[in-house]
Write a new protein. Structure first.
Length: 392
């Protein structure tokens, strides 16, 4: 089976430091002040060294540096970090996509030049909204002026592959506010936009407020209206909706995220990072100092588990159907050596009859209605593999 032998062509690296913690964020991140940043980068190097000894890399097609806010690193720290990435993953595809997440206001020209010289060729800015009141209400420290300045600096440094993240369903956000944000966002004429709905996660300020009944979220109809508006505006502006939350001009789709959506293997490095290598998923130790300490004696693993074949099949469907192109029967057969319809025919037929999926000779994809009810569709594949004893 492919998962058991595939050498990852993708690398995810986690930088867990932030200038502050946003009200909705449950990511593994820590306020920068007083953190041992260089010790952390040294620990990352130790993990990279051990990881590539255990699973030697081949040609790397995508690298993604997330956080936290990777761009809180100083230009000098950034240069050191990127030099080490290149040292341990030296074989880069000529078409390598190297993305770094950034927050507006943390990217001056010197830092962006260090990123460019270190091999980064795509930046994803966490903008979230073009309404300053809304930004303050969700705990962001930047304002819209910072967004324009950051994008201008990125272009000066030579970056052309730029993306911004936006959010909908935020407290006190209305369809009209969303429309104004979309107008400003599209005026930037960027090649890529990611637009996510707010999820109230545990261990966040928003969750505490929600439990107290003090989080003024939009009504469900208003939130659906925002999503329909987003899809209509982006499509009419010439962007393809290639995944539920992602829109791109042709050729600018995120190739790294597609590795996840196609259930491909990837290296996961850094505190709290997830990886998927040789059919095994792992999660790293989350705390900064515990992670640093763990790298001194081995790989900094919190847990590691083999993915059973039926689980991998379910994952293939649940993440693959997020792409609006859907899942391909040939890809399923290549990964698992079985026919997609033999394994999931009962679920696929039911979802097609409900008008949530559309089938073709090549595979299956969400219908227009299915896009709005994606999570319900994906949930149908959990535990759906029958006769697991006959598989793999």
């Amino acid at each position: 089976m492919l998962q058991r032998t595939q050498t990852p062509k993708a690398v995810y690296i986690h930088i867990p430091f932030c200038t502050n913690k946003c009200h909705y964020c449950d990511f593994n991140s820590y306020v920068l002040k007083g953190q041992p940043v260089m010790d952390y980068l040294d620990a990352l190097e130790r993990e990279m060294e051990r990881m590539v000894q255990a699973v030697p890399p081949g040609e790397i097609e995508t690298i993604f540096v997330g956080g936290g806010t990777p761009t809180v690193l100083t230009p000098e720290q950034m240069e050191v970090f990127l030099r080490r990435v290149r040292a341990y993953f030296p074989a880069w595809s000529p078409q390598l996509e190297f993305t770094m997440e950034a927050n507006p206001g943390t990217t001056d020209l010197e830092k962006l030049q260090a990123m460019k010289e270190g091999g980064v060729n795509r930046i994803s800015f966490g903008v979230q909204s073009f309404d300053n009141g809304l930004l303050e209400g969700i705990g962001r420290i930047h304002n819209t002026d910072d967004v324009y300045r950051s994008l201008e600096n990125a272009r000066k440094a030579g970056f052309t592959n730029l993306s911004i993240d936006l959010m909908f369903g935020l407290p006190k956000q209305t369809k009209a506010v969303m429309e104004a944000t979309l107008k400003e966002a599209l005026a930037l004429d960027l090649p890529h936009y990611s637009i996510y709905s707010l999820k109230v996660e545990e261990n966040t300020l928003f969750h505490t407020l929600y439990e107290r009944g003090q989080l003024p979220l939009p009504e469900e109809d208003e939130e659906i209206g925002m999503f329909l508006l987003i899809m209509e505006r982006l499509r009419s502006a010439g962007y393809g909706q290639y995944e539920i939350s992602n829109f791109a001009r042709p050729g600018y789709e995120s190739r790294h995220n597609a590795m996840y959506w196609r259930n491909q293997s990837y290296y996961g490095l850094g505190a709290g990072a997830h990886g998927y290598v040789h059919g095994q998923r792992h999660v790293n130790i989350k705390g900064v100092q515990p992670y640093i300490d763990a790298t001194r004696s081995g790989l900094p693993l919190l847990e590691k588990s083999a993915v059973e074949v039926h689980e991998a099949m379910e994952d293939f469907m649940m993440v693959g159907l997020r792409m609006l192109g859907g899942v391909r029967k040939a890809d399923f057969n290549e990964q698992f050596g079985m026919e997609l319809d033999d394994v999931f025919g009962h679920v696929l037929q039911r979802q097609c009859s409900l008008g949530l999926l559309e089938g073709s000779a090549g595979g299956y994809k969400l219908s227009e209605r299915g896009v709005l009810l994606g999570n319900e569709v994906f949930g149908e594949f959990l535990g759906a593999v029958k006769n697991t004893s006959k598989i793999g």
